[in-house]
Design a protein around this ligand. Structure first.
Ligand SMILES: Nc1ncnc2c1ncn2[C@@H]1O[C@H](COP(=O)(O)OP(=O)(O)OP(=O)(O)O)[C@@H](O)[C@H]1O
Length: 277
């Protein structure tokens, strides 16, 4: 099942005429190096509706991060267009700064400032946007509670576990109420048990905040557990090979992972990705 058109790759609940939260149209990105040109991403079409959770998986080097960086306004595409809420993100190599303010990021490393407390880290994007001190402290306190960090507001990043640091990073990303949350292997550095707990927490936070998420991961069960749709990319050039729906009711408990349907989706994706060499 190769998805080749924007229509094919639209979320299932897209009402006709709805402006997608994110529209990626025929997007490509080449890199010129001493060894020639790498087609990191080529001809990617994807439409994501408000409130959708889309996971992107695929072999190392298939262009997942490159795609996310283009959507995040960090890297201009070589071809194609990206729209956030109907607004073009890129004009050539110029990024639309008003579109950027709609985005939130979480990376594999939490990238917290070591000399700031948890609360000050969470509040920093609001400070940069000129939100007053009282308001940002109140909001940061709410967000600390949302991600389960109540009691740790005054702690410094070095005093937190890896999972707690990622919770703080998620709270910080949510502090500006982003229209679109972009997550690149956010739990990749965590141990398996913490990761499972963070998946449940992320699901709860996303449902509570009705966030729209693009989530890059190497972990197939994690993708199927969290996502409404799983985008499978293949390398050289980086393309969308297939888009697989994961239609389990939400909120999902870890028990869904023991169902035949869940395991069949994971098995099929794994066997398809194994063929991607
Ligand atoms: N700045 C760059 N300069 C040259 N080539 C690059 C650059 N960034 C990425 N590439 C190449 O583009 C391709 C896609 O890289 P990308 O990091 O997007 O893949 P990925 O799917 O995120 O990989 P991984 O799962 O290992 O993180 C790779 O072949 C990579 O070497």
């Amino acid at each position: 099942m190769a998805a080749t058109s924007v229509e094919q790759s639209a979320g299932k609940d897209a009402a006709e005429g709805d402006v997608p939260r994110l529209l990626i149209r025929d997007v490509g990105r080449d890199f010129r190096t001493r060894n020639g040109v790498t087609h990191a991403v080529s001809g990617v079409d994807l439409s994501i509706q408000k409130g959708e959770f889309v996971a992107v998986i695929g072999r190392s080097g298939c262009g997942k991060t490159t795609l996310l960086r283009m959507v995040g306004g960090l890297l201009p595409p070589t071809s194609g267009e990206i729209e956030v809420d109907g607004k073009r993100l890129w004009n050539g190599t110029q990024v639309d700064s008003s579109a950027i303010t709609k985005l939130g990021f979480v990376f594999q490393e939490s990238n917290l400032f070591p000399w700031f407390s948890v609360l000050d880290n969470i509040a920093l994007p609001m400070k940069l946007r000129g939100v007053g001190k009282r308001q940002r402290r109140a909001r940061a306190t709410e967000l600390a509670e949302l991600v389960g960090l109540t009691g740790f507001e005054k702690s410094y990043p070095r005093e937190l576990s890896g999972g707690m640091r990622q919770r703080a990073a998620i709270a910080r990303a949510l502090s500006t109420e982003p229209e679109l949350l972009l997550m690149d292997e956010p739990f990749g550095a965590l141990d398996a048990l913490t990761r499972e707990r963070m998946n449940l927490e992320l699901q709860r936070i996303v449902l509570e905040t009705t966030s729209t998420v693009v989530f890059v991961t190497h972990d197939i069960p994690e993708a199927v557990f969290l996502a409404d749709r799983v985008v499978h990319m293949t390398p050289r050039p980086g393309r969308i090979h297939q888009i697989v729906p994961a239609e389990f009711p939400k909120p999902r408990s870890v028990d869904v992972q023991t169902t035949l349907e869940f395991n069949e989706i994971v098995r099929n994706l794994r066997s398809d990705i194994d063929k991607d060499d």
